[in-house]
Design a protein around this ligand. Sequence first.
Ligand SMILES: C[S@@+](CC[C@H](N)C(=O)[O-])C[C@H]1O[C@@H](n2cnc3c(N)ncnc32)[C@H](O)[C@@H]1O
Length: 262
Amino acid sequence: MYLHEDWRVLTVGDGDLSFSWSIFKDLAIKNVTASVLDDRQRLISKYHKNEIANLSARGVKIVYNLDIGDISSFPASLSKVFDVVIFQFPLIPAFSNKAEFESKGQLHKNTLNRLLILHFLKHSFDYFLDPNGKQLAYVTSKDVKPYSHWNIENLNPQPQKIEFQGWVTFKQSGFPSYQLRNVDRDKILKSTESKTYVWGDHKSDYSELNLRPSSKHQPNHCNLCGKGPFYSAQDWQRHNQSSFHLRLEGYEKLWQSFLNQG
Ligand SMILES: C[S@@+](CC[C@H](N)C(=O)[O-])C[C@H]1O[C@@H](n2cnc3c(N)ncnc32)[C@H](O)[C@@H]1O
């Protein structure tokens, strides 16, 4: 993950704050603002080991209760002042009961997780990123199911304004002070192969980021699963009937029908 030490960085949904602490301490990023969905008390009770004290002692601002889907939770001081906004391992919190599930419109978890990332992208570019800055949004996610079923590379709330730039392998070893935490519990997760997906604008030069293109956007590859290349109608037909493709197509239909409902 490329981060220039002079960039102004906002982290979103940073569970125990160890990612924010790691980029400040291990990568020497000077201008970090950390944000979490929880309030301070809930964060402390959920993650006994957290980085509130370390960040606060160095004057790093921590914003609590920042729900990336809810503009009313965004402080005015964070408007249009960042070069990059980062969400490590986005995941909706588990439903604690049936009423909560119903309050979310009974949507499939796949759809709700895509919506979380879509909100992150929309609000990063509309609210948090400086129009004269680097204009970057990073999402790191595991490259295994169910995460790989979210079709992350094709999520884009505003294609006229935002462009998927590519991805890099996320190497946890580059962030010694960072521990990936479970969304709801005080548990450290195993590190699995993960990718950082990068979006930018249409005009900036992002060559320093050394990004790789998605196979989903390569000629003769499936735009949904990235499999290929397929050159004959027969190969395409066989792929389109595979259980892997059909499963992703099912999730895609749910997503498109949700989007069409406005
Ligand atoms: C799997 S945890 C990852 C935590 C942390 N980013 C890390 O890398 O260890 C998913 C995180 O997403 C956050 N999250 C879920 N929905 C969110 C929302 N609407 N706004 C902000 N954060 C959210 C949760 O609070 C949780 O911290």
